[in-house]
Design a protein around this ligand. Structure first.
Ligand code: SF4
Length: 64
C-alpha cells in the first residue's frame, strides 16, 4: 500500500496527473483534488507515472 499526497500551494492546475489516473486525481478551478490517498499495490505504477507527470512536482507518493 502506498499513499499519495498533493501540495495544493504548489499545484498549478495543469491536469497532467489526471491523465491515466482519473480515479485518483481530479482538477477543479485550477487545483488538484486527490480522490483517494491510499494507492492499491496494483495501481502504484500508473500513479507513479501520474506523479512524475506533474511539471511542478506537487505530488508525492510514499510507499510503506
Ligand atoms: S499535474 Fe501537478 S500541477 Fe497539474 S493538476 Fe496535477 S498536481 Fe496540479
Amino acid at each position: 500500500m502506498a499513499t499519495v499526497k498533493a501540495d495544493l500551494d504548489t499545484c498549478m492546475g495543469y491536469g497532467n496527473c489526471v491523465l491515466g489516473a482519473e480515479d485518483y486525481f481530479d482538477e477543479r478551478e485550477g487545483v488538484v483534488i486527490v480522490l483517494q490517498e491510499q494507492v492499491a499495490d496494483g495501481d502504484v505504477p500508473r500513479v507513479e507515472e501520474a506523479v512524475a507527470a506533474c511539471p511542478v512536482m506537487a505530488l508525492t507518493l510514499q510507499k510503506s
